[in-house]
Design a protein around this ligand. Structure first.
Ligand SMILES: [Zn+2]
Length: 321
């Protein structure tokens, strides 16, 4: 199989970097994951990626045909530049596509992690049956990607799909994007942790169960603790969780009303809450969406877990090959 065609997917994150080697159909052959070592800078990180790629390629036999690269934050897809993502300090207009394409002798393409997670779930995960879907990632922040007729919707300056920054409360809390009352500022893991800290500081008695989960330290409160305490019947945690999920349901209902997707696929760290997250979203979509046949819209957890974007990078390579 020395002339086998190979594809490479790379997911560059702030804590981990992952590589996946795929066959000509994007099927997974092998994968590796290593610490990002962000403090050592982009040159070191790119050299390590090239080493790992050579290691995977050396064990596989075949010819590398194309490379797909996933990265969070601001990037210039046409010029192949990673601009300055918040999770990769020191990366400022780094020519990732030119570097990896040159070092590995294959064409390469770059896209943001939420778009590629959407593409990955569409090609290889929970979104396989659907030509029209919306992927939503709910973790520290909220991001998304839109697949329409089997293709990613990229929009002006590749900025489509940022459904976490729709305004849901004009007077709401400030958001990292500079607006206020965005879905992300109301329903993300970061927002839930922030509200939990505020609530336990205001009412330490009602917040006793939450505080205990955080070893008595409000700044250690995390969204999963709120979910866990809510599931166990704690009233304050349940109120915080319910409010955040109500806004998440509203935000997703808005997207369903606008795009009429066949499916909404929810990924990101907070999907670990399972039905505690999915049930209120399904309920909001069923009750708020009137003109789209909401009962036909599948609302599903992502199937590829932390590998959605990595598999999407392979799907991106498949488009180049
Ligand atoms: Zn925002």
């Amino acid at each position: 199989v020395a002339n086998r065609r190979l594809l490479l997917g790379i997911d560059i994150g702030g804590t981990k970097v992952a590589l996946a080697l795929g066959d000509a159909d994007g099927g997974l052959l092998s994968a590796s994951r290593h610490e990002a070592e962000v403090a050592r800078g982009p040159d070191h990180m790119l050299a390590r990626i090239v080493d790992e790629a050579h290691r995977l390629l050396g064990a596989a036999e075949g010819k590398l045909e194309a490379i797909g690269i996933s990265c969070g934050g601001a990037l210039d897809r046409r010029r192949g530049l990673v601009l300055n993502p918040p999770n990769l300090p020191g990366w400022d207009s780094v020519p990732v596509v030119a570097h990896l394409s040159g070092a590995l002798q294959a064409p390469a393409s770059l896209d943001n992690d939420a778009n590629l997670a959407a593409l990955g779930e569409h090609r290889f995960g929970a979104g396989r049956p659907f030509a029209n879907l919306v992927y939503v990632t709910v973790s520290t922040g909220i991001g998304g990607g839109i697949i329409s007729e089997g293709k990613l919707v990229r929009g002006l300056s590749d900025s489509a799909g940022e459904l976490g920054h729709q305004t849901l409360d004009p007077q709401g809390p400030p958001c990292g994007c500079g607006n206020r009352g965005c879905l992300e500022a109301l329903s993300s893991g970061g927002a839930i942790a922030r509200e939990a800290r505020r609530a336990v500081e205001e009412s330490p008695d009602e917040g006793a169960a939450l505080l205990a989960l955080a070893s008595g330290k409000p700044d250690r409160l995390a969204a999963w603790m709120v979910a866990q305490a809510a599931a166990a019947g704690d009233a304050l945690a349940a109120a915080l969780w319910h409010r955040a999920m109500e806004y998440l349901g509203l935000g997703i209902a808005n997207v369903v009303s606008i795009l009429a997707p066949q499916a909404v696929i929810i990924g990101g760290g907070m999907i670990a809450a399972g039905e505690l997250l999915l049930a209120p979203v399904r309920s909001a979509v069923r009750s708020r969406v009137r003109l789209v046949p909401a009962e036909e819209v599948a609302i599903l957890p992502a199937a590829l877990g932390p590998d959605s974007a990595l598999r999407g990078a392979l799907a991106l390579a498949l488009e180049l090959a």
